[in-house]
Design a protein around this ligand. Structure first.
Ligand SMILES: [Cu+2]
Length: 272
């Protein structure tokens, strides 16, 4: 074997090293939220179970296949010089071949069946709950609380323990409404309304994104979902409607709008 200068390997080493860094970095980014491993709703739980079931099955198959491959490569490697006679010719093993066709087929059919049955559960929308519209546009989300008569931008508040039924549409191009902790994605298509629902289990803030590349500002179409207890949600709705009664807490903590008014008054006394 001719001597290869170390310099010839350097670009390869750099490429492999760079790929490793990217892979590790990517995995870290993927492990950050949003990531469907902390389901906070009934529907997200179903998706999460399906995800883990499929992943574990895939890992078992991967380890089995790669293990056999590595074992065979080492166990049956060529030892010594090339033999001058032809190795024994094998014309297949029917039982083995039937087995390795049927077993993967059974696994895939099983996965298909489980997925379809779960999709059936996920596509059922409750008949009553809180109705909200979500309208995507380049590059923000408008949330309409039709019954309460107000809209918000990039800020969805929901009550805990109540089914939330979201009618998703778009004003311009195709977007996709996705709150990983609460449910899967659903397309926002101009001229069409797609319905999705979820029921938050506990109070908290969840990240929502547009999951369809929709233009230059696509990355900016992130929104926040805040799940509140029913009482807190009712208070928030009243605040949005501008009819909130001043409560003890509200008197102690002035709203952001009131603070801005105070600042303006301090800076420009003539305004008063
Ligand atoms: Cu979008």
């Amino acid at each position: 074997m001719p001597d290869l200068p170390a310099a010839r390997f350097r670009p390869w080493l750099a490429a492999v090293g760079g790929s490793m860094v990217l892979l590790v970095g990517g995995a870290q980014a993927a492990l950050a939220d949003p990531w469907p491993v902390s389901p906070q709703s009934n529907n997200a739980e179903i998706i999460s179970q399906l995800f883990w079931f499929t992943l574990v099955l895939a890992v078992v198959v991967f380890v089995l296949v790669e293990g056999l491959l590595i074992y065979s490569s080492i166990r049956f490697r060529r030892r010594g010089s090339i033999p001058d006679h032809e190795p024994p010719q094998i014309h297949g093993n029917t039982r083995l071949e039937v087995m390795w066709a049927i077993v993967p087929a059974m696994i895939l059919i099983g996965l298909f069946g489980i997925t379809v049955s779960r999709l059936g559960v996920l596509s059922q929308t409750p008949t009553s709950g809180l109705y909200v519209t979500a309208t995507g546009q380049q590059f923000s989300w408008d949330f309409g609380y039709t019954d309460a008569g107000f809209h918000t931008t990039n800020d969805l508040h929901i009550p805990v323990g109540t089914p939330v039924i979201v009618d998703v549409t778009s004003k311009d191009v195709i977007h996709s409404f996705w709150v990983p902790d609460l449910n899967g994605k659903i397309d926002a298509i101009p001229g069409r309304v797609n319905r999705i629902s979820f029921e938050a289990r506990q109070a908290g803030e969840f990240r929502g994104v547009c999951a369809e590349l929709c233009g230059q500002g696509h990355a900016g179409m992130a929104f926040r979902v805040t799940a509140l207890s029913q009482d807190d949600f009712n208070t928030w709705v009243q605040q949005q409607q501008g009819t909130a009664q001043p409560t003890a807490a509200a008197t102690e903590e002035p709203t952001a709008a009131a603070l801005v008014d105070q600042d303006l008054a301090a800076e420009q006394p003539n305004l008063k």
